[in-house]
Design a protein around this ligand. Structure first.
Ligand code: FAD
Length: 422
């Protein structure tokens, strides 16, 4: 729709057409409220397209709200009202009733059964339209107009729009190319809200080891990774990881990245990989002895095929510093112990993290102290509401962050609509 065809006055303006903003706009409009959704990109939900590696992990099957909120740390309890209003089963019903079948996978992760993120994005756009909300894309909100402690209008790249009430759902700062440049944080601060410093969260980790780019995207399945800061263990995860050009990523690294980020002021932060967590060090040592004995006349370079994927063998040989042309029977006890250490305690040195450019989520944001989490309404500005990633609430990977958008987007939308008609 062009700006010239759009009414300049609405009951409710929603800023930001991500999952939270689309949900807020759609549910508000379904109640008969005259809603305008403003999105600066040419289409809504650009970030959705890259979620879940293009498959979009829409939510997580841990349905009990009391257990669900524990995944969000100390702020999790604040999400309870929104979850009771629109919980995991409502999310599943929402998509399935609109023709997108979902399936539950490992760790309770719920994905579209076929298709993926682009189906989710299209479905949400149809939802907004069918609900009767007006959508204006290519429309960047530049600032909020505040008069008498209330928002009266938004100034945009396509002129000024006025409304009775406003919802901000402009997301965080991560993956800025998707349109997330933290504009909402600035406006929230300007209108008197406290901001918990936004920081990158759920991001890949940079390592000192320069060989990781030889093993790009090589999947480390069922590994155990422990993180240490100055010799003290700060976290531990079990699951899947992979090497990246600059270091290491994958689900368990992303979930460890917050502890690592917070420990980076330490002198030394290290990761310790157990590639064979199902067997004890003793048992694995016996296995190594057996492998070497069974191949005693083979060169060491050909001895690791039963223990490691082929692509990883050259790097392991080089890390072990064992002469690859040495016969297996002459591998010494010390050399075998070094090898054992590589399998059970491969130590990598952390140099940093990949920051907002590669972070799945922004932690921090609008302080929950300034938001009534029963309605998502601001405690500072009477006609303003917040939804989605821009509030100080974030969870681990697994569909938990989109569920924040569905629950808070829904609650903000219906609360604002009710207040409009009051
Ligand atoms: C690579 C990646 C993979 C992910 N995978 C998953 C996953 O599988 N499951 C999961 O639960 N979470 C996932 N997430 C997190 C999830 O994408 C976010 O939690 C979610 O998109 C936040 O939604 P939002 O609506 O709050 O903000 P956003 O999706 O960031 O949307 C905000 C919108 O506001 C618009 N906007 C910003 N400023 C302005 C302005 N001034 N004027 C007008 N419009 C503006 C932006 O263009 C954007 O469209 C992933 C994130 C990334 C980066």
């Amino acid at each position: 729709m062009t700006a010239s065809h759009t009414d300049r006055h609405h009951d409710l303006i929603v800023v930001g057409g991500g999952p939270a903003g689309m949900f807020a706009a759609g549910f508000a409009a379904r109640n008969g409220t005259k809603v305008l959704l403003l999105e600066k990109n040419r289409r809504c939900g650009v970030k959705i397209l890259i979620t879940g590696k293009g498959r979009c992990n829409v939510t997580n099957g841990e349905a009990d709200p009391l257990r669900f909120v524990k995944h969000y740390g100390r702020n999790g309890k604040s999400l309870l009202t929104a979850l009771y209003a629109f919980g995991v089963s409502d999310t599943v019903d929402f998509f399935e009733q609109r023709g997108l079948a979902l399936q539950t996978e490992r760790g309770g992760r719920i994905f579209p059964a076929s298709g993926g993120a682009s189906e989710v994005q299209k479905l949400l756009q149809h939802f907004v339209k069918d609900a009767g909300a007006e959508l204006l894309t290519d429309c960047q909100v530049l600032q909020l107009v505040i008069e008498n402690d209330k928002i009266s209008a938004v100034e945009t790249s396509r002129g000024t729009f006025t409304a009775e009430r406003f919802i901000l759902a402009t997301g965080g700062l991560s993956y800025p190319e998707t349109g997330c440049t933290g504009d909402g944080y600035l406006w929230a601060e300007q209108s008197g809200h406290q901001l918990v410093t936004p920081e990158a969260a759920l991001m890949p980790i940079k390592l000192a080891e320069d060989w990781t780019n030889e093993l790009l995207n090589f999947n480390l399945k069922n590994v155990r990774i422990r993180a240490f800061a100055d010799g003290r263990q700060i976290g531990e995860r079990f699951g899947e990881a992979f090497f990246t050009r600059a270091g290491i990523g994958g689900p368990i690294i992303l979930d460890l990245s917050r502890e690592i980020r917070d420990a980076l002021h330490s002198n030394k932060v290290t990761l310790h990989l157990d590639l064979k967590p199902a067997v004890s060090e003793d048992l694995f040592d016996k296995r190594l002895q057996r492998e070497l004995a069974e191949q005693s006349n083979k060169n060491f370079r050909n001895a690791l095929g039963g223990l490691l994927p082929r692509d990883m063998i050259p790097r392991f040989i080089s890390l072990s510093e064992i002469d690859p042309d040495k016969k297996c029977h002459s591998v010494t006890r010390e050399e075998r112990k070094t090898l054992l250490g590589l399998f059970k305690d491969l130590t990598l040195t952390v140099t940093g993290h990949e920051g907002m450019k590669k972070a799945i989520i922004t932690s921090g944001g609008v302080s929950l102290k300034d938001v009534n989490m029963r309605t998502m309404r601001s405690k500072k500005v009477e006609n303003l509401y917040f939804a989605g990633e821009m509030i100080d609430l974030d969870g681990p990977t697994g569909g938990f962050n989109l569920q924040v958008c569905w629950s808070t987007g829904y609650l903000a939308g219906i609360s604002a609509a009710q207040d409009c008609s009051a």
